[in-house]
Design a protein around this ligand. Structure first.
Ligand code: PGA
Length: 250
């Protein structure tokens, strides 16, 4: 059985005090015995303080929203995978559409980030997803397939450290989520694509949905056979909403 995973992508939100308050609130409300893996992905400066308050017995983990394509050295302003690991990160998000769009991160650089992250034992939440006009032109399967190329080049051992997040760009922050049917169809396609490389690993691979996932639509989305949880943006910024999304995954 695949684990259920709910990851909070705070993006560029929350001061240190706000972030600690939110994490403490969520931890105080969450049932110790639920099986959901919960990951907080705050901004870089909040990683270590949040790491210090995480309750592992309640399956809370830490993830970064990005990492440098460089290992170390004279790269002012960058944060490396090794440093992320040293402050308690176990996960890193790579290939988010906002990184692709605003920071020109495409397949070559993502490939480097992927391999550096895996080298430093970070599990990678690798994002894929089409733009609206690509879906309208019925190119969405082709687009996602090409975004999976980097993943298909990994070794079997590396592939087992990957979580895929399907995030249709038209659904991110828009309030318009993919329907459970649309999402399931793409998740099944992603799994089939990975299965061409290794069927057992594809079967065990967590695939998360992201894009306007909220307390109202989460349980319908998460009950689809190939949807193993969510990567949550705006709804992860409110404690009550995020807790309801965690419940929806149980
Ligand atoms: P959203 O963002 O939930 O606000 O749509 C999801 C994401 O970008 O990961």
């Amino acid at each position: 059985m695949r684990p259920k995973i709910v990851a909070a992508n705070w993006k560029l939100n929350k001061t240190l005090e706000e972030g600690l308050n939110l994490v403490n609130f969520i931890q105080s409300k969450v049932n110790e015995y639920d099986d959901v893996i919960k990951i907080f992905c705050p901004t870089f400066p909040l990683l270590y303080p949040i790491h210090q308050v995480l309750q592992k017995n309640k399956k809370f983990f830490l993830g970064a929203q990005n990492c440098s394509a460089f290992e170390k050295g004279a790269y002012t302003g960058e944060v490396s995978a090794e440093i992320l690991k040293s402050v308690g990160c176990e996960y890193v998000i790579i290939g988010h559409s906002e990184r692709r769009k605003f920071f020109n991160e495409y397949e070559n650089i993502l490939k480097t980030k992927l391999s550096i992250s895996l080298k430093h034992q970070l599990k990678v939440i690798y994002c894929v997803g089409e733009e609206l006009d690509q879906r309208n032109q019925k190119l969405h399967f082709n687009v996602v397939k090409s975004q999976l190329e980097n993943i298909l080049e990994l070794t079997d051992e590396q592939l087992q450290q990957i979580i895929i997040a399907y995030e249709p760009v038209w659904a991110i922050g828009t309030g318009v989520n993919a329907t459970p049917k649309q999402a399931q169809e793409m998740h099944a396609f992603i799994r089939e694509t990975i299965a061409t490389k290794n069927a057992d690993i594809a079967n065990a691979l967590p695939i998360l949905y992201g894009g306007s996932c909220n307390p109202t639509n989460a349980s319908q989305l998460f009950s689809q056979p190939d949807i193993d949880g969510g990567l949550i943006g705006s709804a992860s910024l409110k404690g009550e909403d995020f807790i309801q999304i965690i419940y929806a995954a149980t």
